[in-house]
Design a protein around this ligand. Sequence first.
Ligand SMILES: COC(=O)N1C[C@@H]2C[C@@H]3O[C@]2(Cc2nccnc23)C1
Length: 130
Amino acid sequence: EEQEEDVLRELRLFLRNVTERLSLDRRFKAFTKPVDIEEVPDYMLVIRKPMDLSTLLTNIDEQKYVTVGEFVSDADLIWQNALEYNPDSDPMDRHIRHRACALKDTVRAIIRDELDEDFERVCEEVKESR
Ligand SMILES: COC(=O)N1C[C@@H]2C[C@@H]3O[C@]2(Cc2nccnc23)C1
């Protein structure tokens, strides 16, 4: 119904704003596009559910997310995949793991600071009603 569409439109605006801010952060450059499987041929063998910031944005526009929780689950794949695929002690792996941890903390901080819990509750009710 109309009010539901208003809530989901506001959700998409919030999620686009969060995703765009993450994409502009230079620390998260490696997370902005899918890992290039030409460059990294074994990536898809190791990582079952690839995810990146550009794919999050596409998902938002395709109205995949009805709650912030669903969005955060996909956003978490980005840093979880990076920790899984880059586990070694060499400096490159440590560098991307440090950035993955920064991404995890930044997503959580933005949601804690900027998401009204009453708004998320309304989104959950829309989801249950479907
Ligand atoms: C989110 O990004 C990543 O998990 N990775 C892992 C890959 C291994 C290493 O860094 C990545 C890209 C790359 N390309 C060429 C040679 N080596 C690399 C980015």
